[in-house]
Design a protein around this ligand. Structure first.
Ligand code: PLP
Length: 397
């Protein structure tokens, strides 16, 4: 079948592939230690669920304004101001169908053939494909494990060319948990301002940061508004991945262009989910520190457990809920367990029944992404299987 060049430029998200392979095995009754999914294992908080039920009962089930209901846009900018120190108006906010949709639409309205977008690696899987779909070229700038995988302004500046249109910074990062500290982020903003380049801040994990880090938005920096595009999401902070609500904060003409593309594609995000998000933005945030405390316990266990495995190194993730161990020692020499992490991840799934995502998906060969959004008990089991498999034990399960 002849498909367009633009669809042939991209691939199915590798994380989705891992999740579906693990699901197939689970459907056959196989007990999988599942480190695959990038989503909280906590339920959506009750007060948010109740708001959605109320919305249905009150028949709030019709089309809404394309860019989201005005009370939600107002609540998002108020929440962002309160939590992260920005200063937007509702006209500078558009509600999207999840943070991925926010990034997709923002990139589609700003990037075209010949444009370059700087993406620090390891990167979230979708950035390069979204950029390519829009006709742009991703320019990958490596970060270092010794720096906690945090992007550095000086490295970004070296990659800027006359074609550069945008820099994307995801802090805390999926897949590394790397956090760019506020001062460095401001230096990156200064580089973007100097070179007249957009700075996109993907804040989907903003509230999952571990001591000594604090939630930070580059939109809190003075004079950032003309230069910065903020992408946020209900998915992780409020355990609402399935509800599909994200948002973009940006200069009004950009927001209007994003509403235009939305008006000819998805239309409004689901009305009921918008009312749930309204409650998330206005209601109690008590569940967030509870989830964070549990992630912190799991982070400690998983990092310590991984560090005990021969040939594995692992940094402390500063945020999010992913560990990103380096297993390259197991891929070298005549004793190599596999030739690549992609091959290793397949073997781990099939032979040890451990699901995780290979580093190649994030531009980081030699690494594995382990989501610890799963119980401590499953973390113990997964660690046990992983260490037996890497010790070349006969039966890893
Ligand atoms: C870094 C990052 N950005 C954006 C998203 C998009 O999340 P959603 O579309 O569920 O809001 C994700 C989801 O995994 C992510 O990890």
């Amino acid at each position: 079948m002849e498909l367009t060049n633009r669809i042939n430029r991209i691939q199915v998200s590798p994380t989705a592939l891992v999740i579906s392979a693990a699901e197939q095995l689970k459907a056959k009754g196989v007990d999988i230690a599942d480190f695959g999914p990038g989503e909280p294992d906590f339920p959506t908080p009750d007060h948010i669920k109740k708001a959605a039920i109320r919305a249905i009962e009150e028949n709030r089930t019709k089309y809404t304004p394309t860019g989201g209901i005005m009370p939600l846009r107002e609540a998002i900018v108020a929440w962002h101001n309160r939590e992260l120190g920005s200063n937007y108006t509702a006209k500078e906010c558009v509600v999207n169908v999840g943070g991925k949709h926010s990034i997709f639409n923002a990139v589609c309205v700003l990037i075209q053939n010949g444009d370059e977008v700087i993406v620090p690696a390891p990167y979230w899987v979708s950035y390069p494909d979204i950029i390519k779909y829009a006709g742009g070229t991703p320019v990958i700038v490596p970060t270092r494990a010794e720096d906690g995988f945090a992007a550095k302004a000086a490295e970004i500046e070296k990659a800027i060319t006359p074609k550069t249109k945008m820099v994307i910074i995801n802090s805390p990062s999926n897949p590394t948990g790397g956090v760019v500290d506020g001062d460095e982020f401001k230096r990156i903003l200064a580089v973007c301002t100097k070179h007249n380049v957009w700075l996109m801040g993907d804040e989907c994990y903003s509230h999952f940061v571990y001591e000594p880090h604090k939630p930070f938005s580059i939109a809190s920096a003075p004079d950032s508004k003309d230069r910065v595009i903020i992408v946020g999401s209900m998915s992780k902070t409020f355990a609402m991945t399935g509800w599909r609500i994200g948002y973009t904060l940006a200069p009004e003409p950009l927001v209007q262009a994003m509403v235009k593309i939305q008006s000819q594609s998805t239309s409004n995000p689901t009305s009921i989910a918008q009312y749930a998000a309204l409650e998330a933005m206005r209601g109690s945030m008590d569940t967030v520190p509870v989830m964070l405390a549990e992630y912190a316990r799991r982070r400690k266990r998983i990092v310590e457990g991984l560090r005990q495995i021969d040939g594995v190194t692992c940094e402390w993730p500063g945020g999010a809920f992913y560990a990103f161990p380096n297993v390259s020692a197991h891929l070298q020499g005549k004793d190599a367990v596999a030739k690549s992490c992609t091959e290793l991840a397949t073997q781990l799934l099939e032979k040890a029944h451990v699901a995780l995502v290979p580093g190649e998906a994030f531009g980081a060969p030699g690494y594995l992404r382990i989501s610890y959004a799963t119980s401590l008990e499953r973390i113990e089991e997964g660690l046990r299987r992983l260490s037996r498999f890497l010790a070349r034990a006969e039966a890893a399960i």
